[in-house]
Design a protein around this ligand. Structure first.
Ligand SMILES: Nc1ncnc2c1ncn2[C@@H]1O[C@H](COP(=O)(O)OP(=O)(O)O)[C@@H](O)[C@H]1O
Ligand SMILES: Cc1ncc(COP(=O)(O)O)c(N)n1
Length: 277
């Protein structure tokens, strides 16, 4: 049951296929019992095979969505996902500064798993310079961490160094996702907290290419938990606990037989964890 007084906001692009973007965010937040609002900044024509097309929203429409949400709801935490291009990033930054929407999780979506660019190359600098300083937590995957930190990442020591570099750019907490280390038997994420504490969260790698939407699921789960708790302690405890659980057999079978994505399975692992932490 959703607690309608606990409200979170996703600021991202839609996925017509329902596996990533705003759709994954809403499903995840809902399953974490949080009411989710959405500011749609881009629309994609997309499925599990790839992104066929996308269109960014005009600034006026982005501004109006932020105003509608802020005038009516009491948003306790928010996240950004796909931000398309420079004008869109700038419009989002302007609105994030204008309204109090609680702690901000930035998922710096750049390139979809299928290879389509969801953030123009010239917008990377805008994200680095204007959006990162507003982020309470940044959740890049490995290629995004490389791009933002300006270094190549080969292994754990590099992930630690990249997280420190990103923190030096003004981000309070950094979670570097290890999903793209396909040669490793584990998927290991590195978390560097504001107070300098750090830890690794590892889980056995699911042998599948169907990982569409995994990052969105993770960042919207963190955002939902931030909306409930107001601090990062509980969201990270949840993420850590969730990942340390073995994958239920049904999900392992789905990898082999079904079209279920790792994102959807991860969502179920996250959500099947209940509120017991
Ligand atoms: N094949 C996999 N097996 C297990 N966990 C995975 C797998 N792929 C990704 N993950 C986990 O899913 C989350 C999202 O990671 P990743 O796929 O790298 O993000 P993104 O969707 O942004 O590229 C991370 O916590 C990562 O460790
Ligand atoms: C609208 C939208 N937002 C984010 C992603 C990234 O998800 P993934 O990297 O798993 O393809 C996506 N494909 N589409």
């Amino acid at each position: 049951m959703v607690n309608e007084t606990v409200q979170a906001l996703t600021i991202a692009g839609t996925d017509s296929g329902g596996g990533a973007g705003v759709m994954a965010d809403i499903k995840t937040m809902q399953m974490r019992h949080v009411f989710s609002a959405a500011v749609v900044v881009a629309v994609t024509a997309q499925n599990t095979i790839g992104v066929q097309d996308f269109m960014a929203m005009p600034k006026k429409m982005i501004d109006e969505q932020f105003a509608s949400v802020a005038d009516d709801l009491k948003i306790r935490a928010c996240k950004t996902g796909m931000l398309a291009d420079v004008p869109t990033v700038e419009a989002v930054v302007e609105n994030l500064k204008k309204y109090d929407l609680g702690p901000l999780t930035v998922d710096p979506v750049m390139i979809a798993k299928g290879g389509a660019r969801l953030l123009s190359e010239d917008a990377i600098a805008t994200v680095r310079e204007q959006l990162l300083p507003l982020a309470d937590i940044l959740t890049p995957n490995l290629p995004e961490a490389e791009e933002l930190a300006g270094m190549t990442i080969n292994g754990r020591d590099d992930m630690i160094m990249a997280a420190k570099k990103l923190q030096a750019m003004g981000v309070k907490n950094v979670l570097i996702k290890g999903g793209h280390q396909v040669e490793s038997k584990e998927s290991s994420d590195f978390i560097l907290l504001e107070n300098g504490d750090s830890f690794w969260v590892s889980s056995p790698r699911v042998d599948t290419k169907r990982t569409h939407g995994t990052g969105d699921t993770l960042s919207s789960c963190i955002t939902a938990e931030l909306a409930k708790a107001g601090s990062l302690k509980r969201p990270f405890a949840l993420v850590k606990n969730t990942y340390q659980q073995p994958l239920p057999m049904a999900f392992r079978l789905a990898t082999v037989t079904g079209r279920s994505t790792t994102g959807q399975r991860l969502m179920r692992r996250v959500t099947s964890n209940g509120d017991g932490i």
